[in-house]
Ligand binder design. Structure first.
Ligand code: CAO
Length: 551
C-alpha cells in the first residue's frame, strides 16, 4: 500500500518553530485531525493535527526540530481506500485549527483615532476561532494598559490565544468573564483616555513598546469601537507571580477537566513545560494530601482557607551584577524530587532524633565476612546490615512501618526498605523488597545492583515503589549528623553518617570504639518523641550486638 506524506499546514505567523512534543509514534493508528506534534514559538504553542488517517509508518520529525509550513511530519499508510501516492496531505486538506493563528488583516477603524471618549476594544478577526471560551481575564477595572497588552486568553480544543488590546488607556469596564464564549467583534473592555488607533495600527505592524497612558478618564461619550490587530496563539498565561504557565492547549484542557489550576502545576518538560504527567502527578499529590488528612496546600487555591502556606515572593536578583554566572536548567530528577521534597518538608511535621551506635563488633564481623568471601566477589556493605537492623526495629515498633490515611494509620505487614542513591542527575530512592526475608549478602548484592541502575538512569518505576521506610546513608562521603526529609507517604527515615573511632567510657576507662551517627526523622502526627527515642535506642542496640536481629 502506498504511503502518504503528512506535512505542516498553513500555520500563519508560525515560521521555523520548534517541535516541543511529538504526540504519536510509528505504528500508531491515527485519525484525521488528531494532534501529531506541538510546536512552540517564543510566545505561543500549538498542536498540529493530521490531515490524513492511517497507520504511521515513518516519523520525520523529533523534539527540537524546527518546522514551518510544508515541513514533512510523517508518512502514513492510509486507512481504507488506496491513497494517492505520496500526495501532500496538508496541501489537500483545509487548514486545520492552527490556522487560527494566521494573521488576519488588521482592520483599524478610522473613527478610533479620537481619544476623546471611552474606547471599546473588541475581539478582532481570529480566523477559525468561533465561540471560543475565555479561560483567563488578564486585566481589571483601574488597570492602566498599553497597546498590545494581552486582555484575555481564549482557547479552542486545539489552541489557546491571547487577545491584546489595540489601544492604551485606563480600564473602566471589563465586559467579559472566564467561561464566556467570544467571537470576532465581541466587546472586551472599555478604555478611558485611550491612545489613538494609529498607534495601535503601528503596533500591529511591529510590536510597539507604547508606554502606559495614565490619562484621566474622559467624560463618557459614545464608545468608539476599535478592533485590535490579530495576535499570537499562546499558551503562556501569566500567573500571580508573573511567571507564565507553560503548557500546550491539550494539557490545559486536561488540567481544566480535572479542575486543576494549570498555574500551580510544576512543569518538568523542556523549558519547564507542563506535561500531561505533571498534571497527573499534581492531582495524585493533591489527592494523597487530602486522603492523609494533611492540609491540601498544593490543591487549594491561593486564596483558600487555613491549609495554605503563604509566603512572600522569591527574591529576584540579577546575580550577573555581582560577577560572572552560568545558568543551568535543573535535571528532570531534580525537578521531580524537588517538588516531592518540598511538599514533604512543608506538609509533614518533622522531628529528628540523633543517636550513636557502637558498631565496633559489627564492623569487625563485616570485615571478617568480606575476607572469608573475598573470592566470591560479593561485598558486604554497612548499608546491608543497616537495612536488616531497621527491619528488626520496624517489627518491634510497627507504627514506624505505616502510612497516614486520613484518620487511619495503615500498618504494613511487609518490609520494603528504600535507600537514597546519589546519581549524577539527582537523588532517587530504589526499594529492596521483602528485606525481612533476605540475608545481608543478598541485600548487599541487590543494593549494589539497584544503585548501579540508578546511576545509569535505568531504574524502573516499580523498583522505586512500595517502600515502607527509607535509609539515607552518607557514610561513604562523611559528615556527622543531618536532618533527612521523610519520603511520603512513609512516616520515618533514617539518616546515617560516617563512622569514626571515638573514646567511650566503659565504666573504668576510655576505650576506642567505632561510633556510627544515626539521625532518625519522624512524622510527629504518627509518632511521638518517646517512641522515636525507643526506636533509635533499639536500633543502636541491635547494631551494637547484631545477634539481637534474630530475637
Ligand atoms: N561509615 C564509614 N564508612 C562507610 C559508611 C559509614 N557509615 N558507609 C559506607 N562507608 C564506606 C564503605 O565501606 C566504602 O568503603 P570501601 O570503599 O573502603 O569499601 C565507602 O564508604 C563507599 O561506600 P558507598 O557509599 O559507595 O556504598 P554504600 O553501600 O555504603 O552506599 C549508596 C550505597 C547507594 C547508599 C551510596 O553510594 C549513596 O548514593 N549514598 C548517598 C545517599 C544520599 O545522597 N543521601 C542524601 C539524601 S538527602 O539529599
Amino acid at each position: 500500500m502506498a504511503l502518504q506524506e503528512v506535512k505542516v499546514p498553513d500555520i500563519g505567523d508560525f515560521k521555523e518553530v520548534e517541535v516541543i512534543e511529538v504526540l504519536v509514534k510509528v505504528g500508531d493508528t491515527i485519525a484525521k485531525d488528531q494532534s501529531l506534534i506541538t510546536v512552540e514559538s517564543d510566545k505561543a504553542s500549538m498542536e498540529i493535527p493530521s490531515a490524513a488517517a492511517g497507520v504511521i509508518k515513518e516519523l520525520k520529525v523529533k523534539v527540537g526540530d524546527k518546522v514551518g509550513e510544508g515541513s514533512l511530519l510523517l508518512m502514513v499508510e492510509a486507512a481504507g481506500a488506496a491513497p494517492a501516492p505520496v500526495a501532500s496531505a496538508a496541501a489537500a486538506s483545509p487548514a486545520p485549527a492552527p490556522a487560527a493563528a494566521a494573521p488576519a488583516p488588521a482592520p483599524m477603524a478610522a473613527s478610533a483615532a479620537s481619544s476623546a471618549g471611552p474606547v471599546l476594544v473588541s475581539v478582532p478577526d481570529i480566523g477559525d476561532f468561533k465561540d471560543v471560551e475565555v479561560i483567563e481575564v488578564m486585566v481589571k477595572v483601574g488597570d492602566i494598559i498599553r497597546t498590545e497588552q494581552s486582555l484575555i486568553t481564549v482557547e479552542s480544543d486545539k489552541a489557546s490565544m491571547e487577545i491584546p488590546s489595540s489601544a492604551a488607556g485606563a480600564v473602566v469596564e471589563v465586559l467579559v468573564k472566564v467561561g464566556d464564549k467570544v467571537n470576532k467583534g465581541t466587546p472586551l473592555v472599555k478604555l478611558a483616555g485611550a491612545a489613538s488607533a494609529p498607534a495601535a495600527a503601528a503596533a500591529a505592524a511591529a510590536p510597539a513598546s507604547t508606554p502606559a497612558v495614565a490619562a484621566a478618564p474622559a467624560p463618557v461619550a459614545a464608545p468608539t469601537v476599535v478592533t485590535p490587530a490579530p495576535m499570537a496563539v499562546t499558551a503562556a498565561a501569566p500567573v500571580a507571580d508573573g511567571k507564565p504557565a507553560h503548557a500546550s492547549p491539550s494539557v490545559r484542557a486536561f488540567a481544566r477537566e480535572l479542575g486543576v489550576d494549570i498555574n500551580r502545576v510544576p512543569g518538568t518538560g523542556p523549558k519547564g513545560r507542563i506535561t500531561p504527567d505533571d498534571v497527573r502527578s499534581y492531582v495524585k499529590g493533591a489527592v494523597a494530601q487530602l486522603v492523609s488528612g494533611a492540609p491540601a496546600a498544593a490543591a487549594a487555591p491561593a486564596s483558600g482557607g487555613g491549609g495554605n502556606v503563604s509566603v512572600i515572593d522569591w527574591p529576584k536578583v540579577d546575580f550577573s551584577k555581582f560577577g560572572e554566572i552560568e545558568t543551568k536548567p535543573l535535571s528532570r530528577i531534580k525537578k521531580l524530587s524537588g517538588a516531592n521534597l518540598h511538599r514533604n518538608w512543608v506538609m509533614i511535621p518533622h522531628v529528628t532524633n540523633h543517636e550513636d551506635a557502637d558498631i565496633t563488633d559489627l564492623e569487625a564481623f563485616r570485615v571478617k565476612l568480606n575476607e572469608e568471601n573475598a573470592k566470591s566477589g560479593a561485598k558486604l556493605t554497612m548499608l546491608a546490615f543497616l537495612i536488616k537492623a531497621c527491619v528488626a526495629a520496624l517489627k518491634k515498633f510497627p507504627e514506624f512501618n505505616a502510612s497516614l490515611e486520613g484518620e487511619n494509620l495503615v500498618l504494613k505487614k511487609y518490609f520494603h526498605i528504600g535507600f537514597a542513591a546519589d546519581t549524577p542527575n539527582g537523588l532517587v530512592v530504589p526499594v529492596i523488597r521483602d528485606a525481612d526475608e533476605k540475608g545481608v549478602f543478598e541485600i548487599a548484592k541487590e543494593t549494589a545492583e539497584l544503585a548501579a541502575l540508578a546511576r545509569e538512569g535505568k531504574l524502573s518505576p516499580a523498583q522505586m515503589q512500595g517502600g515502607c521506610f527509607s535509609i539515607s546513608s552518607l557514610g561513604g562521603i562523611g559528615g556527622t549528623y543531618f536532618t533527612p526529609i521523610i519520603n511520603a507517604p512513609e512516616v520515618a527515615i533514617l539518616g546515617v553518617c560516617r563512622s569514626t573511632t571515638k573514646p567511650v567510657w566503659n565504666g573504668s576507662e576510655f576505650a576506642p570504639r567505632l561510633i556510627l551517627p544515626l539521625s532518625l526523622s519522624w512524622d510527629h502526627r504518627v509518632i511521638d518523641g518517646a517512641a522515636a527515642a525507643r526506636f533509635n535506642t533499639y536500633l543502636a542496640t541491635v547494631l551494637a550486638d547484631f545477634r539481637r536481629v534474630m530475637l
